[in-house]
Design a binder for this molecule. Structure first.
Ligand code: SF4
Length: 337
């Protein structure tokens, strides 16, 4: 099922350049770009994923993870197959990497109208574009997000942050909140393990914050790959100094997956070390993910340090937060409440 793509330019020899993400693929006639999703058909760029949703669920917004954006609400979550990265540790590879195998892209046929109506019927406050990489289903995301806004819903993007500047520009004003992966703080990791690059991700994070998106950052901590104290310090300093101390940082535990089966689970002491690095850099909200129990996922007041929100898995109890303020000292808590 092919649909006209947006954000591309014609090139000589019936080639096209896709300008959706920072790969800027030049695609020969009848070939695909790196993601396997966008195809040059007779000199026209087409997308293979419009209206073909491969995952659809009602999730707690905390699952994205977003802890400071409409906490306690439900988000209607959708994703198609496909990704512009090729992370060897991908925890969703059957979805994200499928189009690169050359096999047919599959999914449930939907329209933006069906998605928005379903979100409303399930009493969701938002729609999340998630599971694989929403950049590669940009057209469906853009059309759905426009309609969602018109119906009073918010839009959330969960992404690797590798969009082109044009793509980010088009989404600004449509997407209200984003969780962006900062997978490492070295370009070799991005190139060798993810088939991406670091600098476009950093540029996009700066741009999103400057342009008023609510942003939370996630890092999957992988033993011996991105967990040195030096790298964590640089990452925490970037978030605190260039994005803002109020940006929540989710440090997530790695479990062996896809092509990284021989790497161990992240030890708890390394997750705690990363969390301490974040708080030492001045970050006010640092969380540990994929680890049930204790206070790793609680929100504490940055002023009086009392526990405001306690989370159990994706459930939460809110004892200390009222209309975005700490009930104990009146400090304003950052986020959209
Ligand atoms: S979305 Fe990115 S990877 Fe896919 S064709 Fe366009 S530039 Fe290439």
């Amino acid at each position: 099922m092919l649909h006209p793509a947006r954000l591309w330019k014609s090139q000589s020899g019936n080639k096209v350049q896709c300008r959706l993400c920072s790969h800027f693929c030049i695609i020969d006639e009848n070939n695909h770009g790196n993601c396997g999703v966008r195809q040059n058909v007779d000199g026209q760029l087409m997308t293979r994923t419009y209206e073909l949703v491969a995952a659809l669920n009602v999730d707690p917004v905390e699952k994205k993870p977003l802890y400071h954006f409409l906490p306690g609400t439900k988000t209607f979550s959708m994703g198609t197959q496909g990704c512009n990265f090729g992370c060897t540790f991908c925890q969703n590879a059957s979805l994200s990497q499928h189009p690169k195998t050359g096999r047919e892209i599959t999914g449930q046929k939907v329209t933006p109208e069906i998605l928005v109506e379903a979100a409303i019927a399930h009493e969701c406050d938002s729609i999340s574009y998630t599971y694989s990489e929403p950049t590669v289903f940009f057209e469906l995301m853009q059309d759905t997000a426009r309609l969602a806004h018109a119906k009073g819903l918010q839009n959330i993007m969960v992404s690797n942050g590798f969009q082109s500047p044009e793509c980010i520009e088009e989404l600004t004003g449509l997407i209200d909140a984003a969780n962006i992966d900062l997978k490492a703080f070295n370009d070799d990791f991005y190139r060798d393990i993810c088939a991406g690059r670091l600098s476009p991700v950093l540029d996009n994070l700066r741009h999103l914050k400057r342009n008023g998106w609510w942003v939370e950052v996630t890092t999957l901590l992988i033993p011996d790959k991105n967990d040195s104290t030096e790298e964590l310090k640089a990452m925490a300093a970037f978030i605190a100094d260039e994005l803002g101390k109020e940006v929540p940082w989710h440090i997530s535990r790695f479990h062996p997956d896809y092509k990284m089966q021989n790497c161990p689970v992240t030890p708890m002491e390394d997750l705690q070390r990363a969390r301490k690095t974040g708080t030492s850099a001045g970050l006010e909200y640092v969380y540990i993910g994929n680890v049930p129990g204790d206070d790793n996922t609680s929100t504490f007041c940055p002023d009086c340090h009392k526990e405001l929100v306690k989370r159990f898995g994706f459930e939460m109890t809110n004892a200390g937060l009222a209309e975005g303020m700490c009930k104990y000292c009146g400090c304003e808590i950052d986020g959209v409440f």
